[in-house]
Design a protein around this ligand. Structure first.
Ligand code: NAD
Length: 484
């Protein structure tokens, strides 16, 4: 196995919202892991910038706590942790006022790569972008990273794109979708475009249908108020599931390069057909013993927001005409399980007498748990007694296949942040992609709002409402099992 890591120049990374939940849980522990892997070149600095007056030493303590809590076993390496914390500084800043900006301008070096991570509410993006320019902190090579949610509909996403475009070129803007940073998702592209085997079959002649499932076991918990204004469609489908769908369905780009990949993804989104109401199932989890229902957790007894959604989507192009794409995602489901399954068609004819079973090749791309890919193939059951056929997986669990228990496989956030520093936008969403995704989801949302559609209740720990099973049953298909 050959791995080539592109070296990185020293950089200054400013994390606006550097004391927030996302920074503590994901961004800083991820950076620490890259530091330990030797990928943060000497002289690189991380500057936390947030509301709240903290000394740098207190900020380092806060970050140490985050890394110890969320950084996994590597955080016990005290020497590395101390060295990493030395690269951290803190500036107290007011995104919407003038406080702190001069200090930040004095700290950030003019002659290194600069990245600004907007880990704050989207309502602050415009103010941050404006001030970075007003104070001469950002230069034409600087990058900004913006978090989801990127708008809540087409209009707001357009407005956000417009605001950012006033100060930054598209090549400087990194809209993060951490699903794209997952090892398996990139491997999906390697498997598709690095092997001769799959691409000839990757079309409506050989693929029966595709399933994309992102199942969570957690409920909305502390995020109830935010989530109730969003729902599974806005929170998960418009971004994560649609990005996965694009990677599965896109045409081979001419090169593995940001512009070419994103052009192909955009074409997929634009080719999605409108979805009729009977191809959408929305659900809400019910109470379970002393566990509260969705409505109780959201604090809204009359909420019509979905904590589960299943959609039968179709792509109107030559490759995929007639192939359903079934998408589903939800909270409080049976297991934490994310998977893309490409289900191939039945054999045209079986030569094995008496074999009544339906043997299907299925390529399953698992995002969690146990990231990996397996291909279900039919073989002869070992032993005497004739030709009995059995379906077995050819399994490639990355942690096992690549050795070292997968411990050096970077997690999504750390990989994506290093891509920002390298200036590689391939795994980030372009502004027109985000807008096209909203343009597809907006009418679906408007449709159920107009109909006053009430989500179906489902039991926590189930696979969602029964109607979602019917979405496939009535076409002679079935969902794959949700299993941990
Ligand atoms: P948080 O509320 O925990 O932290 C917000 C941060 O912003 C704090 O550091 C706070 O000091 C800073 N801040 C707030 N107002 C400010 C101002 N006027 N000037 C300067 N700093 C200000 O939020 P979070 O959970 O860390 O989320 C940050 C962003 O990331 C949000 O847009 C959220 O939607 C998004 N996001 C969060 C998660 C997550 O897991 N937490 C996941 C995906 C996306």
């Amino acid at each position: 196995m050959v791995s080539r890591v592109i070296p990185v120049e020293p950089f200054d990374l400013v994390i606006f919202g550097g004391t927030g939940d996302l920074a503590r849980r994901k961004i800083l522990p991820g950076l620490f892991r890259r530091f330990r892997a030797g990928q943060m070149p000497e002289g690189s600095r991380i500057i936390g910038a947030a509301r709240g007056n903290l000394e740098t030493s207190a900020y380092r303590d806060l970050v140490r706590g985050g890394i110890q809590e969320f950084g996994g076993s590597e955080s016990s390496d005290g020497d590395s942790l101390a060295a990493f914390l030395d690269s951290l500084q803190y500036v107290s800043i007011d995104a919407t006022g003038e406080g702190g900006w001069q200090s930040l301008a004095g700290l950030v070096r003019p002659d290194v790569i600069k990245a600004f991570y907007f880990s704050v509410a989207p309502s602050l993006f415009g103010a941050l972008a404006e001030r970075l320019h007003m104070h001469g902190i950002a230069d034409p090579e600087s990058r900004i990273v913006v978090e989801k949610p990127f708008g809540r509909d087409l209009d707001s996403a357009r407005a956000l794109n417009h605001t950012l475009a006033e100060h930054f070129r598209e090549e400087q803007i990194y809209r993060i979708d951490h699903y794209l940073g997952k090892e398996t998702v990139q491997n999906l592209m390697a498997v598709r475009f690095g092997n001769i085997l799959f691409e000839p079959l990757w079309n409506n002649h050989y693929v029966d249908h595709i399933q994309i499932t992102v199942a969570e076991t957690v409920g909305v918990e502390g995020r109830g108020e935010y989530y109730d204004k969003s729902g599974a469609m806005r929170d998960m489908v418009q971004n994560h599931l649609m990005q996965l769908l694009c990677l599965i369905a896109m045409e081979p780009p001419a090169q593995f390069e940001a512009g070419a990949v994103r052009d192909e993804k955009l074409k997929v989104i634009r080719a999605l057909r409108p979805v009729p109401a009977h191809h959408i199932v929305r659900g809400q989890y019910d109470a379970d013993g002393d566990q509260p229902s969705y409505r109780e957790e959201a604090g809204n007894p009359r909420s019509f927001t979905e904590s589960f959604i299943a959609i039968r989507a179709e792509i109107a192009n030559w490759r995929w005409s007639g192939v359903p794409f079934y998408l589903r995602t939800g909270k409080k489901l049976r297991a934490r399980h994310s998977e893309i399954a490409v289900v191939f068609k039945d054999l045209p004819h079986s030569i094995f007498e008496g074999d009544q079973a339906r043997h299907r090749n299925i390529l399953s791309i698992r995002l969690q748990p146990n990231e990996g890919i397996d291909l279900t193939v039919t073989i002869k059951e070992p032993g005497p007694g004739g030709m009995r056929l059995v379906d077995v997986p050819l399994d490639m669990t990355f942690a096992t296949a690549l050795g070292e228990d997968g411990k050096d496989v970077p997690d999504a956030y750390e990989r994506l942040i290093m891509d920002v520093i390298r200036g590689n936008q391939t795994l980030f969403m372009r502004g027109d992609e985000v807008e096209a995704a909203w343009a597809w989801t907006d009418p679906l949302i408007a449709g159920w709002e107009r109909r006053n559609d009430v989500p179906k209740l489902y039991d926590p720990g189930s696979a969602g409402p029964d109607d979602s099973l019917m979405l496939l049953h009535r076409e002679g298909r079935r969902w794959r099992e949700i299993k941990g």
